[in-house]
Design a protein around this ligand. Structure first.
Ligand code: FEO
Length: 392
């Protein structure tokens, strides 16, 4: 029923299109997702990665169209996270002879899946595995974005199985990147980078440099479309994204209660625009935090606001600050702000959290009473102007 697709002679895509998946760990996926797995038909049949647990019957169906899974001899696990190895137990049950090949860190994690009941072969950068006409080689890509990550290269096919790196959350009937709208493709790739790869940009830059040394016809990630004619484009994009160089831009994200913090956000935006700063403004009650993160990747200024509520921030701001803490790029300016009725702990809390996330934060948050006067508004405008001018 579920068909495999040959992407190179003897190499088959056998993954799962997750048409209706919309959310994973804070990240919304408006276009769905794909979990790719690849079957290499050689003397020793080899499977690269699996998929989420839920879709294992579909994965095995696609494999079975090409070969009886019982003939799989190697299962290469480039990364042990459950979106790639959630179906491991079911696949191993169908492939009783399969040995698992993974990085040393991957083998440790995979032991928790198989409990010592299956042979695990640890491989490091430079190690090879001959599966017949092909000799596969491995490159550890540690912390891109887990300790166990690695990529697998087949020189005979000039194909790199890159797992999470170069992925996009995009469910399509097409398998190749050059078959879909490039604007959608690269915006999905950038959102993916901002929400998954960004904290590990330094390690990723090294991985990109190593990948650039390879002779490549294809980069086959484990999410989304396979890169073919745009390999240089995605490698160049990753090189640029890894630099995390801020532009003269700002993100203003806030939670308002009766409208004063919203008004403050708009005044901050006006002051910034007057200074030539490109601004994106988001009411956190109606905005998606993973979309915002794509703009934070480029932003020199990140202003976070909340009205004070129950002596802390509003829940929408709290959720955003938690997400930001795990992903925030370094070397940016954080601007806490917000309104208050009778006490100002919310804005102090934003200051503390922004500092904890690595932002340079002005000495005092920008606050105003919820019955703000024209003088208050002017003082806010002037304070933001001062922050911008001091930073230049
Ligand atoms: Fe696609 Fe780190 O899992």
């Amino acid at each position: 029923m579920f068909k495999a697709k040959e992407i190179k002679p003897g190499i088959w895509w056998v993954g799962v299109i997750e048409w209706n998946e919309r959310y994973i760990h804070g990240f919304t996926m408006p276009y769905g997702s794909t979990n790719n797995a690849y079957l290499i038909m050689d003397e020793h049949v080899t499977l690269v990665d699996t998929c989420t647990e839920r879709y294992w019957p579909e994965l095995l169906d696609r494999i079975s169209e090409i070969v009886d899974p019982v003939k799989i001899e190697y299962l290469i696990s480039n990364h042990a996270e459950k979106d790639h190895e959630g179906a491991l137990r079911e696949v191993l049950a169908a492939a009783p002879q399969a040995k698992i090949v993974a990085s040393p860190q991957g083998c440790k994690i995979l032991e928790t899946y198989v409990g010592g009941e299956r042979e695990l072969i640890p491989v490091k950068t430079g190690d090879t595995l001959t599966i017949g006409a092909r000799t596969l080689s491995f490159i550890q890509t540690t912390m891109v974005h887990w300790p166990d990550n690695m990529v697998t290269y087949s020189p005979a096919d000039k194909i790199l199985f890159s797992n999470d790196a170069f992925g996009q959350f995009l469910a399509t009937s097409e398998r190749f990147a050059d078959e879909v709208d490039p604007c959608l493709l690269f915006s999905c790739a950038k959102k993916y980078f901002a929400n998954i790869i960004m904290p590990f940009a330094k390690q990723t830059a090294k991985a990109v440099a190593a990948v650039k040394e390879l002779d490549l016809d294809m980069i086959a990630p484990s999410h989304g479309l396979i890169w073919r004619s745009q390999i240089a484009d995605i490698l160049d994009a990753y090189e640029a994204w890894c630099r995390l160089k801020p532009t003269d831009s700002a993100v203003i994200a806030y939670a308002s209660m009766y409208g004063t913090t919203d008004r403050m956000a708009r005044i901050i935006a006006e002051a910034m625009m007057e200074q030539g700063i490109s601004v994106r403004l988001y009411d956190l009650a109606v905005s998606d935090i993973s979309d915002i993160m794509t703009y934070i990747m480029d932003a020199k200024y990140v202003a976070v606001g909340s009205a004070c509520h129950n002596m802390t921030v509003l829940p929408e701001a709290g959720r955003f600050l938690t997400y930001l803490k795990g992903l925030a790029p370094k070397g940016r300016i954080g601007i806490p702000f917000g309104s208050f009725g009778w006490a100002q702990p919310a804005q102090k809390e934003i200051s503390t959290q922004l500092e904890g996330a690595g932002f340079a934060v002005p000495d005092a948050p920008l606050t105003t009473n919820w019955n703000d006067s024209p003088e208050d508004d002017q003082a806010l405008y002037d304070a933001v102007t001062q922050i911008i001018e001091s930073a230049e």
